[in-house]
Design a protein around this ligand. Structure first.
Ligand SMILES: NC(=O)c1ccc[n+]([C@@H]2O[C@H](COP(=O)([O-])OP(=O)(O)OC[C@H]3O[C@@H](n4cnc5c(N)ncnc54)[C@H](OP(=O)(O)O)[C@@H]3O)[C@@H](O)[C@H]2O)c1
Length: 284
């Protein structure tokens, strides 16, 4: 049995459903059963639990051999993941596959939390691996849908930085392959799209896919952060969710393109142009 945490989220829901589709016994750790029933296939077993309340974790881990560990991108990454690692060790879990990332955040606050989690995995004595996507198209591009639709504009503070954007479904497919095969403990699977593109390149792809002009406007980081806060994000949400990533993009720390998706799945990863075709409805 594989337990997927964060299973009503972007990665977790896709991974739980993908495993179920492949006929793999899978359980979802969720806070809200009704939400899980809306998002997850009927074959996914559902366990209600809260990573902020470690006492709720042992029943979810009963009979589990492997955990896919994902938690929200906020200041609690380490405490939540540490709670699951400790509970998994106590429950006799064999292996933990943790969602990390391959953008080089180099010691920024998000990186420090993920590194602390990885140190806890190393110290746990369990087998472990990392699935490390580059920036995901859904979280990086979909938030621009309204501005593209309303005015044909993309606003960001990414400069000319290029990013190996990857589709969320491709990450789920790669993660399912890692979860259902045995690799060496400690291996880091870096999952990217087929090419590294700047936001100017993204505007060109969007124009071609949507059949209308889309222009990229680069703004200074402080102005973009103020814009996000003005739209209702807390300063911390703006930093953890957007600013730290765009800074890394701008500094050339997200350019990585690997062949890992292809070696795990035998298929080519989704190009950005094809992704826009898939999500056309949101942008027009
Ligand atoms: N986006 C990217 O480009 C990217 C790339 C590489 C790595 N990452 C990493 O991806 C992770 C975020 O994954 P995601 O985008 O799938 O997150 P997400 O969509 O925000 O989903 C978070 C999930 O965690 C659940 N959750 C929240 N608090 C919980 C708690 N206390 N106990 C149990 N479950 C809880 C949420 O449940 P509810 O539905 O109940 O809220 C939801 O299912 C971060 O670690 C980030 O660093 C992201």
């Amino acid at each position: 049995m594989i337990l997927v945490t964060g299973a009503t989220g972007m990665f977790g829901s896709r991974i739980a459903n993908r495993l179920a589709e492949e006929g793999v016994p899978v359980r979802a750790l969720v806070r809200d059963r009704a939400k899980a029933e809306r998002l997850l296939a009927a074959e996914v077993d559902v366990a209600v639990g809260d990573m902020d309340d470690p006492a709720t974790l042992p029943p979810a881990l009963d009979g589990v051999g492997t955990v896919f560990l994902v938690s929200p991108m906020d200041e609690h990454v380490y405490t939540r993941e540490r709670a699951v690692i400790d509970a998994a060790g106590a429950a006799g879990v064999r292996r933990i596959v943790k969602l990390h990332g391959c953008v080089r955040h180099d010691g920024d606050p998000l990186d420090e939390l993920h590194q602390a989690s990885i140190a806890a995995l190393r110290a746990s004595g369990l087998e472990w691996a990392l699935v490390s996507p580059n920036s995901v198209m859904e979280t990086s591009l979909l938030p621009h849908a309204d501005a593209v639709r309303d005015s044909g504009e993309l606003w960001a503070c990414a400069g000319d930085g290029r990013v190996g954007f990857v589709a969320a479904d491709d990450v789920a497919r790669a993660a399912a392959a890692v979860l259902t095969s045995d690799g060496p403990s400690g291996k880091n699977y870096e999952i990217t799209g087929p090419q590294a593109l700047s936001m100017t390149d993204i505007a060109v792809c969007a124009s071609a896919a949507l059949g209308r002009p889309v222009a990229y406007h680069d703004v200074p980081e402080a102005d973009f952060r103020a814009l996000l806060v003005g739209m209702g994000l807390s300063p911390q949400e703006a930093d953890f969710g957007v600013i730290l990533h765009m800074r890394a993009w701008r500094e050339g720390k997200a350019e990585l393109v690997t062949g890992t998706f292809e070696s795990l799945t035998g298929s080519e990863p989704t190009p950005v142009r094809e992704w826009f075709d898939r999500y056309r409805q949101a942008f027009v």
